[in-house]
Structure formats: structure tokens, C-alpha cells
Design a protein around this ligand. Structure first.
Ligand code: GLU
Length: 448
């Protein structure tokens, strides 16, 4: 059997064993499509069935999460934790609370996390979790009861050396606080390193909140540098208005770019003068409002547009920072038509496979999420490091470490793509560089 046939048969088995999990299939397909040359060069990895093993989670947990709302009505949600791969360290990855969460979504995220975490060069394995719980319009007390119920089951599977969750969509500082409190209460241990994204006064790391967005922009700057450019004076379109989007906007502005958009599930804002970040933070982080409120309060110059058309706004750089499959083939074609130079993913798998093909085909610099958004989890690993040594670093020091890590990720993607004869292809670079690190550790640790 040729290497290509072998990979196709592995993929066919994955489809058969994981029916209906389309996002998981998509994430696996994208990685498998780049691994031919690795297997061709290293038959020992094929013999050890590394691809088959890496695409089967080490452990998958699904559990009931009962809770009662403020009126006393009982609700039942489903909780998930997929402990995907621990070759490089304890399972590490966020929790997502969103009504769209299914096992397939958690598996796609967990699968991506394995390679993303490897790319950071930090000692962290890959995992992901969450719930189909919808936090929208829930009171703080309801959020707290939900988090406590979720942790009442999950705690037995966690530990600073076992599995270390963090935030993702719908899970931020408030939720991590409630989850940590419940873990501490049940276990009677102040185990700081069991969760990351904690508050600054109780074990959290400086710059963790900013890290995913900042890292994404630093990665973009590195990509632009390979073509002798930087972000100064560039016009940037950002999607999303959550933690990743807000801090991508902040860093892009610091580097001299003008960011003209942000969005949420109802529509997007165009603000030609550049997003007023203080106003956006007030609305999103303090009031938990919508981007339409931003347009209203910002006044002349900014307007709100209903729907998903944010990619129609002309730009030099596009940063999808909202959610999976938010940038499709037609969107990519529009971006290319408008002369986009770089697209870097702050979200996980925001570009569809057709979108990726179009961007790469047009020679656009394209930074896949597992490289471009790895700054968040990398800074989580820095948080674990500080917790383990009972230390706490300054913002400047932590941000400097983040910048070094993003530089390292960019370099290893770039060099790996060159080494495999695909210069400038960051998908090939990220997948192969991440895969090789995980594969080597798996081979060394034997058949487990
Ligand atoms: N949810 C984030 C990600 O997609 C961060 C995970 C973490 O910090 O563990 O990488």
C-alpha cells in the first residue's frame, strides 16, 4: 500500500468510527492531508500506527450536569471532557460553554489542541471540554450553580499533573473562579495549577487574558516580516468581540494598524475611524452587551450591519477571532479580490477547507489557528509554571515570554515547511512540526 493509500484508509476508518462528527472529520482531514511526506520519510511511525493512535482520544468523558435556575426550574445539560493525548504533558485545553457544543465539536478542538500545544514547545498534552449550556442571559448565581455542578463531576478527572482545563468560548475569568472554588472545596486542596485563566490575585498569570489575541497579532507580524512588511498603517478586519478579538484589536492598534470591525452572532460593526477599544471593553467585558450597542453609543462614523458579512469589508489583514467555519470559500474569494495580504486565525478552525485553498492559492499569508492562536495556551503553561514555583511574574516579563514563544512557533512552522519543500505553507509547517514532536514522544513511551 502506498503512503497515500494508507492515509486514505486510516481516514475512512476514522469516518466510520466517529459517525456524524463533521467538525472532527474536518480537523483530522486537514492534518492527515499534510502527513504523506512524514510517513514516507519515517516508516517507523507508520509501523507504530501513530496516526491511528493520535486520532483516537485516550479517554472521553460525557456526564450529566443538573442545575436549577433562579426561578427554581431544573435544567439538565451535558458535560464533556476529551482527554486526547498526554505524550507531552498533562491534558491541557479549554472548556467551551455554548449551545452548539457536542462530542464532535469537543473532539475537533481537542485534536487541534494536541498539535497546537506541541508547537508551543511547552510540556502540555492536548484535551478539551465543555457543555451545551448556554450562558447567555443567565445571572451570576445561575452561572455559579452550573459551574459548581459541572465541577462536582469533573473534579475527579483533573489534577495539575493529570488534566488542566482553562477557558474557551463562554468560559472566562468568572467561570474559572467558580470552577476553581468548587474544585478546592471538594478536594480540600489549594491546587493552583489545576486550572488556568485564574484571577490575578489568586494564582492567575499576568498577560493570560491578553495572550491569545496578542499572540495572533504577533504571529501575523512575523508572517508579514517574511515579505518585508509590518502592521503599521495596515487596515485590519477582525471578527468576534470576545476575549480573543478584543486583545487582537488592542495589539494590532499598538503596532500601528487601524482595526475597522468587530462582530457577534447578530452582525458586525464597521468603524472607519478605528474601533474605540475602551468602549468595546466596557460593553463586552463589563456590561456583557452586544456589538450593536457599541455602534449606537459610538455615534457617527460607526454603523452596525446585521448578518455574517464582515469579510466583505475591504482590508489588508483579516483576523477571524469568532468561531469555527466562519470564513468560507466565498468569503475568502472576496478577501482576495480586495487584496488581503494576510489572514491569521485567532479562533479555532475558523476557515473552511475551501477558504484555506482559495487563500493559499492566491498567495495570501495564511496562519492556521494551531499556530496563530497558540499564545493563549502557551501563556496558560506559563501560568502553570508560576503556580508550580509559587512565583508571579510581571506583565512585561510574561509578555516578553509570549513574544519569544510566538517567534519560536513561527520559526518552526516556517522552517518545517521549507524542509518539506512547501515554503510559506504554514499549514504544512504547523501540522508536521506539531505531529513530529508528539509522534516522537509516543514512540519513545511505547505502546500505551
Ligand atoms: N481555549 C484556548 C485554546 O483554544 C486556551 C486553552 C488553554 O489555555 O488551556 O487554545
Amino acid at each position: 500500500m502506498s503512503v497515500t493509500q494508507r492515509i486514505e484508509s486510516i481516514y475512512a476508518q476514522i469516518l466510520q468510527r466517529n459517525p456524524g462528527e463533521t467538525e472532527f472529520h474536518q480537523a483530522v482531514r486537514e492534518v492527515l492531508d499534510t502527513l504523506d511526506p512524514v510517513l514516507a520519510k519515517r516508516p517507523e511511525l507508520a509501523e507504530a500506527k501513530i496516526i491511528e493512535r493520535v486520532s483516537e482520544p485516550e479517554r472521553q468523558l460525557i456526564f450529566r450536569v443538573p442545575w436549577s435556575d433562579d426561578s427554581g426550574e431544573v435544567h439538565i445539560n451535558r458535560g464533556f471532557r476529551v482527554e486526547f493525548n498526554s505524550a507531552l504533558g498533562p491534558y491541557k485545553g479549554g472548556l467551551r460553554f455554548h449551545p452548539s457544543v457536542t462530542l464532535g465539536i469537543v473532539k475537533f478542538l481537542g485534536f487541534e489542541q494536541i498539535f497546537k500545544n506541541a508547537l508551543t514547545g511547552m510540556p502540555i498534552g492536548g484535551g478539551k471540554g465543555g457543555s451545551d449550556f448556554d450562558p447567555k442571559n443567565r445571572s451570576d448565581a445561575e452561572i455559579m450553580r452550573f459551574c459548581q455542578s459541572f465541577m462536582t463531576e469533573l473534579y475527579r478527572h483533573l489534577g495539575e499533573y493529570t488534566d488542566v482545563p482553562a477557558g474557551d468560548i463562554g468560559v472566562g475569568g468568572r467561570e474559572i473562579g467558580y470552577l476553581f472554588g468548587q474544585y478546592k472545596r471538594i478536594t480540600n486542596r489549594y491546587e493552583s495549577g489545576v486550572l488556568t485563566g485564574k484571577g490575578l490575585g489568586w494564582g492567575g498569570a499576568q498577560a493570560r487574558t491578553e495572550a491569545t489575541g496578542y499572540g495572533c497579532v504577533l504571529f501575523t507580524a512575523e508572517m508579514l516580516r517574511t515579505r518585508g512588511e509590518d502592521l503599521d498603517g495596515q487596515r485590519v478586519v477582525v471578527s468576534g468581540s470576545g476575549n480573543v478579538a478584543i486583545y487582537a484589536i488592542e495589539k494590532a492598534q499598538q503596532l500601528g494598524a487601524t482595526v475597522v470591525t468587530c462582530s457577534d452572532s447578530t452582525g458586525y460593526v464597521v468603524d472607519e475611524k478605528g474601533i474605540d477599544l475602551e468602549l468595546l471593553k466596557q460593553i463586552k467585558e463589563v456590561e456583557r452587551g452586544r456589538v450593536s450597542d457599541y455602534a449606537e453609543r459610538r455615534g457617527a462614523g460607526a454603523h452596525f450591519v446585521t448578518g455574517t458579512g464582515v469579510w466583505e469589508v475591504p482590508c489588508d489583514v483579516a483576523l477571524p477571532c469568532a468561531t469555527q467555519n466562519e470564513l468560507n470559500g466565498a468569503d475568502a474569494a472576496t478577501l482576495v479580490e480586495h487584496g488581503v495580504k494576510a489572514v491569521a486565525e485567532g479562533a479555532n478552525m475558523p476557515t473552511t477547507p475551501e477558504g484555506v485553498r482559495i487563500l493559499q492559492g492566491a498567495g495570501v499569508l495564511y496562519g492556521p489557528g494551531k499556530a496563530a492562536n497558540a499564545g493563549g495556551v502557551a501563556t496558560s503553561a506559563l501560568e502553570m509554571q508560576q503556580n508550580a514555583s509559587r512565583d508571579s511574574w510581571t506583565f512585561a516579563h510574561t509578555e516578553e515570554r509570549l513574544a519569544q514563544i510566538m517567534g519560536h512557533i513561527h520559526r518552526s512552522c516556517h522552517e518545517t515547511a521549507e524542509r518539506y519543500g512547501r515554503p510559506g505553507n504554514y499549514v504544512v509547517g504547523a501540522n508536521i512540526a506539531g505531529f513530529e514532536l508528539v509522534a516522537e514522544a509516543m514512540v519513545a513511551q511505547g505502546l500505551i
